[in-house]
Design a protein around this ligand. Structure first.
Ligand code: NAP
Length: 259
């Protein structure tokens, strides 16, 4: 049992859908007060309603996490709503698949801005709050794609996700001054709304390539993030954890078939 995070003001960027919504629901179930950041209002509103109907506390703020003014507005809105910022889950991300031969410089910059620059902007904007609180927690959603594995069409995405891990090593040192930790969760293939369109057969094939024989649930990522945000993880910083059901372990197809 982890020490309670009840009442903690928690920003979850990209909390309106997929993994971010999973993180928001796991934290809200433990009593955290959630501020969802996203661009689209309909999904953000629906996510807040879902959390509230389960007895949780949530609000949303619309912004682009790649925009400095937008991120500063998010911090202000969170302070105005809850009085402080205790935890930042920097999770928002995009993964348009496009091979290098067709990729434009603008495609590259767009993914870098939304996935990597946003991580820096959100952490930077929270520093005064963590300093004022004398404590803070940051959990970044990276990926196995980039830091560990590759996938055609995701060179920009993989670079952005590996970049987040590079960022957090130095960020951990700088944030230690504010008694703040920063760690990353690296999801494997997680079952989100976006994957539903891929069809049963494709999903079954994906599940079969994972030793634990299932795609991850968004709550699997939420639970790992919850640990990093807890008091019990107070002495862990600058680290990352793979949450993938063993997906990166098999060294060959034969290895999988031997199970
Ligand atoms: P998703 O279902 O597409 O959700 C993405 C969330 O991010 C949405 O709430 C979206 O809301 C928000 N978002 C996107 N761009 C934004 C921007 N510029 N400003 C503010 N919010 C923005 O994606 P997901 O699969 O849950 O992925 C979430 C994170 O997990 C990403 O960082 C991704 O790299 C990582 N990840 C996912 C998987 C997986 O299997 N799903 C695996 C490894 C890592 P709006 O579009 O309304 O802004």
């Amino acid at each position: 049992m982890l020490t309670s995070i009840a009442g903690k003001s928690t920003i979850v960027t990209g909390g309106s859908k997929g993994i971010g919504k999973g993180i928001a629901k796991v934290f809200a179930a433990q009593g955290a007060r959630i501020m969802i950041a996203a661009r689209g209002e309909e999904a953000a509103k629906a996510a807040v309603a879902e959390i509230e109907s389960a007895g949780g506390t949530a609000a949303y703020h619309l912004c682009d996490v790649a925009d400095w003014d937008g991120v500063q507005g998010l911090i202000k809105a969170t302070k105005d709503t809850y009085g402080s910022v205790d935890i930042l889950c920097a999770n928002a991300g995009i993964f348009p698949q496009i091979k290098m031969v067709d990729m434009s410089p603008e495609d590259w910059d767009g993914v870098m801005s939304t996935n990597l620059k946003s991580t820096f902007l959100c952490v930077k904007a929270c520093i005064p709050e963590f300093e004022a609180q004398g404590k803070g927690r940051v959990v970044v959603t990276s990926s196995i794609t980039g830091p560990v594995t590759g996938f055609p069409g995701w060179s920009h995405y993989g670079a952005s996700k590996a970049g987040q891990l590079g960022f957090l090593k130095t960020a951990a040192m700088e944030l230690s001054k504010y008694n703040t930790t920063i760690n990353a969760v690296m999801p494997g293939n997680i079952y989100t709304e976006g994957l539903q369109d891929l069809g049963e057969d494709y999903l079954a094939t994906m599940a079969n390539s994972i030793p634990l024989k299932r795609l991850g649930a968004v709550e699997d990522i939420g639970n790992a993030a919850l640990f990093f945000a807890s008091d019990e993880a107070a002495y862990i910083t600058g680290q990352q954890i793979v949450v993938d059901g063993g997906q990166i372990l098999p060294e060959s197809l034969e290895a999988l078939e031997e199970i």
